[in-house]
Design a protein around this ligand. Structure first.
Ligand SMILES: O=c1ccn([C@@H]2O[C@H](COP(=O)(O)OP(=O)(O)O[C@H]3O[C@H](CO)[C@@H](O)[C@H](O)[C@H]3O)[C@@H](O)[C@H]2O)c(=O)[nH]1
Ligand SMILES: [Mn+2]
Length: 461
C-alpha cells in the first residue's frame, strides 16, 4: 500500500481532571501520537476535557508549540521514544538538538506546572489575540458541571507548518457543554461527543481511543494496527484492533496486583481464537463503521453528515463545519436519538469499554488482539491501595450491571455469539461471586484464632 493511500486517523484522548491527571502527561501522550511514523497530515488528535479546565487547554497550546520543534527532530533522528518525557529519561547521545529539546521541554514543564499551582493562566503566558479569546470563555459562571462548549483548533494541518516547513497534524481541544440538569454519561458520553465532533471535522475511517494517563511507546503502532484492520479477507467484519494495557512504574512484586495480566494479556489471547478480545478502553484502533450497527445492519445517524461514509470537503475552521461541530456537541443533542443505545459507545455500565466491545461482538463484529514485542502503549496503574480498591470496585459493579441487564452474556450473549464466546463474557460478570470466598477468607482465620478453633488442617510432620 502506498503512503498516500493510508487512511486518515482520528485520535481521541480523554481527560477529566487536571489535578488527578497531570496535564504534562497529557502533553506527552499527545506529542507521542502526533509524532507517529505516519503521514502527519492524516493524523487528527482530539483532546476531550471533561474537567472543563483552562489549565488543560493551556497545556494543549504548549503541546502545539512544542510540536513544531519536536516533530522535525523525531523525523530526522528516527528516535523510538516519541514521548518527550520518556526520551529525555532514556539513555541516548546528547546531540546539540537533543539538548535544545531538553531545555525547551523543561521550560514548558515549568510553565504548565506553574499554571497548575496557581490555578489560572496568567497574562504573561498568553502570547496572542487568539489565545486571549479562547481563555475569555472561562467567565465567572463557568464551572466544571455547568458551562458552554469550548472547541479550539490549536493546529490545522492545511495551515500550520513546523519549523522545517512540513505539514503538522490537526490538534483540537474540546470541552463539551455541560449542564447540571442533563446527564453526561461519564467517559462514554465524552467519547460519543468526540465521535460526532470528529465526524463533522475530519471523519477519519480509523479511530484510536486513548486515556490521558499513558503514552505511545512505539511510533510504528498505527502500521501494526492497520495490517490487521485492513486485512482484505476479514476487513468487512473487523470492528477493532485492541492492544494490551501495559504499565510502567509498578514495583517488582506488583503489591496491589495492578498489572491485571490476566485481563489485559492472557484472556485476550484466548478470546482472539474466538471472536476476538474484549475492549479495554484505551489503546484500541476502531473501524468507525463499528459504531453504526452490525456489519450487515447499518444504522444511519440522524444527520447524514456525521455518518461514517460522509467525506468532509471543507477546512476544519470553516463556518459550516464549526456550526455543525457545535450543534452535535450540545448536551441535549442525544435526547430522542439512538446514541448510547444502538449507536456509538454504549450507556448502562460503569465500564463502557467492556460493555461496548461486548455489544459489538453480539452485533456480529470481530476484533483482533495485537501484542507486539515492544509495548505499543505504556500507562500509569493505581499505585495506592485506595485507588486500586476504587478501580476494582468500579469494574466489578460495571460487570454486574452487564450481567443483570437484558443483554446478559448467558442468555443474550450465548444466543448472539455462540456458547463459548458467551461464556467467556459471562466469566467476567461472575467475578462478583468471588466476594463470598474472599469475605470468608478475610474473617475466618481471625475468628478461628480468637476462639481457639483450628480453621486449617493440621500439618503432620
Ligand atoms: O467523566 C469522565 C470520567 C473519566 N474520563 C476519562 O476516562 C479515562 C479512564 O478513567 P480512569 O478513572 O482512569 O479509569 P480506569 O479504571 O483507570 O480506566 C480503565 O477502566 C475504564 C472503565 O472501564 C476505561 O474507560 C479505561 O480506558 C480503562 O483504562 C480517563 O482518561 C479519564 O480522564 C472522562 O473522560 N470523563
Ligand atoms: Mn486510568
Amino acid at each position: 500500500m502506498k503512503k498516500s493511500d493510508f487512511p486518515a486517523l482520528d485520535v481521541f484522548i480523554c481527560t477529566a481532571d487536571p489535578y488527578k491527571e497531570p496535564p504534562i502527561r497529557l502533553v506527552s501522550m499527545a506529542l507521542s501520537v502526533m509524532a507517529y511514523d505516519y503521514p502527519t497530515e492524516k493524523i487528527s488528535v482530539y483532546v476531550s476535557d471533561d474537567g472543563g479546565s483552562q489549565l488543560t487547554l493551556f497545556a494543549c497550546m504548549e503541546a502545539a508549540k512544542f510540536a513544531s520543534m519536536t516533530l522535525p527532530f523525531c523525523r530526522k533522528t528516527k528516535i523510538i521514544d516519541r514521548s518527550p518525557e520518556a526520551y529525555l529519561a532514556s539513555n541516548h547521545s546528547w546531540s546539540s538538538d537533543a539538548k535544545k529539546i531538553k531545555i525547551m521541554y523543561e521550560s514548558m514543564k515549568v510553565r504548565v506546572e506553574n499554571v497548575l499551582n496557581t490555578g489560572k493562566v496568567s497574562e504573561e503566558y498568553i502570547t496572542n489575540e487568539q489565545e486571549h479569546k479562547a481563555f475569555h470563555k472561562w467567565t465567572d459562571g463557568f464551572t466544571r458541571q455547568d458551562h458552554s462548549t469550548v472547541i479550539q483548533v490549536l493546529l490545522e494541518s492545511s495551515k500550520n507548518k513546523d519549523i522545517t516547513d512540513y505539514l503538522m497534524p490537526n490538534l483540537i481541544y474540546l470541552s463539551r457543554e455541560n449542564s447540571k440538569t442533563s446527564f453526561h454519561h461519564f467517559k462514554a458520553g465524552a467519547l460519543n461527543v468526540l465521535l460526532r465532533v470528529s465526524a463533522a471535522m475530519t471523519n477519519a475511517p480509523v479511530i484510536l481511543t486513548l486515556d490521558c494517563d499513558m503514552y505511545s511507546n512505539d511510533p510504528q503502532t498505527p502500521l501494526h494496527a492497520l495490517c490487521k484492520l485492513l486485512d482484505p479477507k476479514l476487513q468487512s467484519k473487523i470492528g477493532y484492533v485492541q492492544f494490551p494495557q501495559m504499565f510502567r512504574g509498578i514495583n517488582k512484586n506488583d503489591t496491589y496486583g495492578s498489572e491485571y495480566k490476566q485481563n489485559f494479556q492472557i484472556n485476550p489471547m484466548g478470546m482472539d481464537g474466538l471472536l476476538g478480545p474484549s475492549h479495554v478502553g484505551t489503546g484500541c484502533y476502531f473501524n468507525r463503521r463499528v459504531f453504526f450497527g452490525g456489519p450487515s445492519t447499518f444504522i444511519s445517524p440522524e444527520i447524514t453528515e456525521i455518518g461514517p461514509y460522509h467525506i468532509v470537503d471543507k477546512p476544519i475552521q470553516s463556518q459550516q463545519i464549526m456550526d455543525l461541530a457545535h450543534k452535535v456537541e450540545e448536551c441535549n443533542y442525544e435526547n430522542n436519538t439512538k446514541w448510547g443505545f444502538k449507536m456509538g459507545f454504549k450507556y448502562g455500565s460503569l465500564i463502557e469499554d467492556h460493555y461496548t466491545g461486548y455489544r459489538q461482538h453480539c452485533e456480529g463484529w470481530r476484533s483482533i488482539f495485537c501484542k507486539p514485542k515492544r509495548p505499543a502503549f505504556l500507562g500509569d496503574a493505581p499505585i495506592s491501595l485506595i485507588d486500586g480498591l476504587n478501580q476494582g470496585q468500579r469494574w466489578v459493579i460495571g460487570m454486574m450491571q452487564v450481567g443483570f441487564s437484558k443483554y446478559c452474556p448467558i442468555s443474550f450473549g450465548t444466543r448472539s455469539m455462540g456458547l463459548i464466546m458467551g461464556l467467556t463474557y459471562a466469566y467476567y460478570c461472575a467475578l462478583l461471586g468471588r466476594l463470598i470466598p474472599f469475605t470468608i477468607y478475610a474473617f475466618l482465620p481471625q475468628l478461628a484464632l480468637l476462639n481457639r478453633v483450628t480453621a486449617f488442617p493440621k500439618v503432620c510432620i
